[in-house]
Ligand binder design. Structure first.
Ligand code: AMP
Ligand code: GLY
Length: 425
């Protein structure tokens, strides 16, 4: 079967890599893809949804998988379905779980799903009144999509008021911030939990932990994620059971009752506070870099998981995972996350180590292939070095051995990915 993957990041590369190993898969297309996805399939320079649907029809694409949130929120799934095409992802209405923080928070409240105490408002007076009732730090969020940057964690009441005022005036995030959520700060450890959903049934993937800050020890600015690992021992059976009963089941039931059955990836951003999972947010797509670690753990054919989810048949799918760990270390360009950097050639040393060769790989993200045929880092998060192993430590060591083989001017990465799991012993 031919498959079209929408997106251009390491996440989409890793989905392509999993599908490439699947003997049911014929040709892979990436729209638009990046400078390395053309090694896995064919890059298609299209963005327009109708043109993409025409392409899928013309090339006998059986399944389209959408990586990023923006096309989901803008309705790519609705358009493909209207044309009778099979596509993995939520409709625009269901994607509001990520597209609008207010929709998400009100949904959680309606269905009694645990989340931080909050108000949503477009009135500065109301925001200021609520801020006065909270202890610091205080969290202020723009309503709409801001590419992961619409959250301010204010250390004082005054800072929270200024953040709320700036957002409401449209000066920080434009229209995305003309309504805001103000909420209490949750102090705990953060997890990324993914459920692949077909509207009714779901498969929970091994829980992952991301590292959002730029620098070791969780210091520095927030980024899209500097590395992740899975499964994390920080999720006990008890927490999985609570997530299942208190979060995933009521979410799918609630979305169905409200007329927007959820199909695709439900990405649950969880803060565990005193052993209780509290929902920070939903996203409606895979996390990046979490996807890069989860895809290699998938033992079942990747096409089965995505196709059965897209066609409402997960109830009769048996999805298995390897009993292993994966650790992914992001290598980013010099000026990430502040600004883009000059292109830099990527050189990967030859790997003369059998164990490393079969237990590690690179997922490419911010790269382009130039006329000279060489791969260049083009800014942002450039690639993810993924290691696999029978323990987190083994997987981590392999990921960092691979990092040592990769060179480009200005490369930066964290040296402590998975530290929270390893400090447990
Ligand atoms: P979001 O865009 O909602 O995922 O927020 C970005 C990041 O801000 C999250 O991944 C958390 O690390 C942090 N964050 C968001 N809301 C809260 C909260 N209520 N308490 C503590 N940290 C938060
Ligand atoms: N790694 C977190 C995200 O993709 O939002």
């Amino acid at each position: 079967m031919n498959i079209l993957i929408i997106g251009s990041g390491g996440r989409e590369y890793s989905i392509g890599l999993a599908l490439q190993k699947d003997k049911n898969v014929g040709k892979l297309y990436f729209a638009p893809g990046n400078g390395a996805t053309d090694r896995l399939g064919e890059n298609v320079p299209l963005n327009d949804f109708a043109e993409l649907a025409e392409f899928a029809e013309a090339r006998g694409v059986i399944l389209t998988i959408v990586g990023p949130e923006a096309p989901l929120v803008e309705g790519i799934v609705d358009l493909f379905r209207q044309r009778g095409l099979t596509i993995f992802g939520p409709t625009a209405a269901a994607a509001q779980l990520e597209g609008s923080k207010i929709f998400m928070k009100n949904f959680l409240a309606r269905h009694h799903i645990p989340t931080a105490k909050y108000i949503e408002t477009d009135s500065l007076d109301e925001a200021v009144g609520f801020i006065a009732t909270l202890e610091t730090p205080i969290v202020v969020k723009a309503d709409g999509l801001c590419g992961g940057k619409g959250v301010i964690i204010a250390q004082s009441h005054d800072e929270a008021k200024v953040a709320a005022a700036d957002m409401l005036a449209g000066s920080s995030f434009g229209d995305a911030g003309t309504s805001i959520v103000v909420e209490e700060f949750l102090d705990g450890y953060e997890l990324s939990v993914f459920a692949i959903c077909d509207g009714k049934d779901y498969v929970v993937l091994p829980a992952a932990q991301d590292h959002k800050r730029l620098l070791d020890g969780d210091k520095g600015p927030n980024t899209g994620g500097m590395g992740a690992y899975a499964p994390t021992p920080l999720v006990t059976d008890e927490i999985y059971a609570k997530l299942d009963e208190q979060v995933i089941k009521p979410t799918l039931k609630g979305m169905e009752e409200e007329g927007h059955p959820f199909t695709g990836v439900l990405f649950i951003g969880v803060m565990v506070v005193d052993g209780e999972p509290i929902i920070l947010e939903y996203n409606v797509r895979f996390g990046d870099p979490e996807c890069e670690e989860l895809m290699p753990l998938l033992k079942s054919p990747a096409s089965e998981l995505f196709l059965k989810a897209a066609t409402g048949e997960l109830a009769n799918a048996e999805i298995a995972f390897y009993d292993q760990y994966a650790v992914g270390v992001v290598m980013a360009s010099r000026d990430y996350p502040y600004k883009s950097s000059m292109p830099a050639e990527i050189i990967v040393d030859e790997i003369n180590h059998e164990v490393l060769e079969s237990n590690s790989h690179i997922s490419y993200a911010g790269v382009s292939r130039e006329a000279d045929g060489k791969l260049y880092a083009t800014g942002g998060r450039v690639l993810v070095c993924v290691g696999l192993g029978d323990s987190i430590k083994e997987a981590r060591d392999r990921a960092y051995m691979l990092v040592g083989q990769v060179h480009f001017a200005g490369k930066q990465c964290r040296t402590d990915i998975a530290y929270q799991a390893l400090k447990e012993g």
